[in-house]
Design a protein around this ligand. Sequence first.
Ligand SMILES: [Zn+2]
Length: 173
Amino acid sequence: MKKQFTVVLLMVTLFFTSVTSAFGTSKLDKPVINEVKSVSSSYLKISWSEVDDAEEYKVYRSSSSDGKYKLCGTTENTYYKDKSIKTGTKYYYKVRAVSDGEYDDSALSKWKSGKVSKSNSNSAKSSAGKVVYITKTGEKYHVYGCRYLKKSCIEISLSSAKNQGYTACSVCY
Ligand SMILES: [Zn+2]
């Protein structure tokens, strides 16, 4: 008699467990990554659509689209700034919406990739006249390779260099 009761109890438990998982909770919608943008040469900004009822978002990163995605940060915003990046390396991102417990966390979003390009002489040449280089202490802007850039060499657009009061170097410009 006691054994029968246990079996019935087990069946009832199983029944309710399956009902709960089928109807009781629901998953949050997947976020959609809008953009992976290179901001200056120091970080990538990943932004995505807001998901209803999401408490926060987890951002995952991989070095290939079908590679292993590792958690690289959590945020309450609908964007994330990834500053631990290497210039010239392409990164792939996926985002998950996380609930406060009322719902199940969403599945991972589709991936989107981005990279920060190298600031070498080629990129300076290809956008000739647009990019110049300044130093930490000087008041002049230079062409890449100028001897005054030996100690520090900071890439900047010509327009913002002018806006900040820099003037052309007499040696290289
Ligand atoms: Zn110069």
